[in-house]
Design a protein around this ligand. Structure first.
Ligand code: AMP
Length: 279
């Protein structure tokens, strides 16, 4: 497996693969990989001849005061995980190689970006749309893989690929044994916070069970989830909301597909989780 740092190197390698008629899968990540990322890579390996994993903490999706500097990084460990999963290439650029000083072109997915996480992270999805578009242009993949863990991101990217004619594959959330959704940010949690963080997946389970039992009123589901989260003193809710899974606009009734998503601070760490009600 190769690790390359520049856009030009990736392009040369992928061009060679394409000349040989090989298909290429892309898994965009910010690194510090775990089983969640691995599930995407494994899926990509099973569906493509060659797989590129991008490992890049993308500065344009972090707002002022967010965790760009402290975001965990460990390329050596990431390399082992990618190798194990059967990836062929890691693209690990420096920010300077992705963004010129006078970079001035952004991909903004209107309307969907303003909901849920977009309220407290106003430039986040513009950064995501931009970097994912850049990666699509650099790697020119046949398929790209994204996790349901970042449900709003997935909905937004689905809209972007529909609007701009790309192609992607969504993959389910991978969880720790006790239910916590795997996340590179889980590493910020102290022992006590790690325990407290379980309240997110417990709330997801509660909401999901209510929906499965036939509850149609999203307000009832969300308020029960909020009540449960509020029993955890270390948790501070950013939002818990039910939205249409395609448009990301708030809905009052559980008419599938509905995305019930949350962002909750455990101490200083902002965690997200969700479920999709498919009916
Ligand atoms: P990140 O490195 O956090 O930007 O994530 C890169 C990709 O991995 C995104 O498509 C995420 O949705 C996906 N991902 C992260 N955590 C998980 C998880 N626990 N289960 C499934 N996919 C995940």
């Amino acid at each position: 497996m190769k690790i390359v740092k520049t856009v030009d190197e990736v392009r040369v390698i992928v061009k060679e693969w394409k000349k040989e008629g090989l298909t290429v899968g892309l898994v965009p990540t910010m690194g510090f990989l775990h089983e969640g990322h691995k599930s995407l890579i494994t899926r990509a390996v099973s569906e493509n001849d060659r797989v590129v994993v991008s490992d890049f903490v993308n500065p344009t999706q972090f707002g002022v005061g967010e965790d760009l500097e402290s975001y965990p990084r460990d390329l050596e460990r990431d390399t082992m995980l990618c190798e194990e999963a059967g990836a062929n290439l890691i693209f690990n650029p420096e920010p300077e190689n992705m963004y010129f000083d006078d970079f001035s072109t952004y991909v903004n997915i209107e309307s969907l970006s303003e909901e849920l996480c977009g309220k407290s992270r106003p430039i986040h999805f513009r950064g995501v749309g931009t970097v994912v578009s850049k990666l699509f242009n650099i790697v020119n993949p046949d398929r790209a893989y994204f996790g349901q863990k970042d449900a709003q991101q997935l909905a937004i990217i689905k809209r972007m690929v529909r609007d701009l004619n790309f192609d992607i594959v969504g993959c389910p959330i991978i969880r720790e044994e006790d239910g916590l959704a795997k996340s590179s940010r889980n590493t910020y949690l102290s022992k006590d916070e790690r325990k407290a963080a379980l309240i997110l997946s417990k709330a997801v389970k509660l909401g999901e069970d209510m929906a499965k039992a036939g509850e149609k009123d999203t307000d009832k589901i969300v308020s029960e989830m909020i009540k449960l989260i509020e029993t955890e003193p270390m948790a501070k809710i950013d939002y818990v909301q039910a939205v249409d899974a395609v448009s990301v606009k708030p809905v009052k009734e559980m008419t599938a597909p509905v995305l019930v998503a949350m962002a909750v601070y455990i101490g200083k760490t902002r965690l997200i989780d969700n479920f999709i009600y498919e009916g």
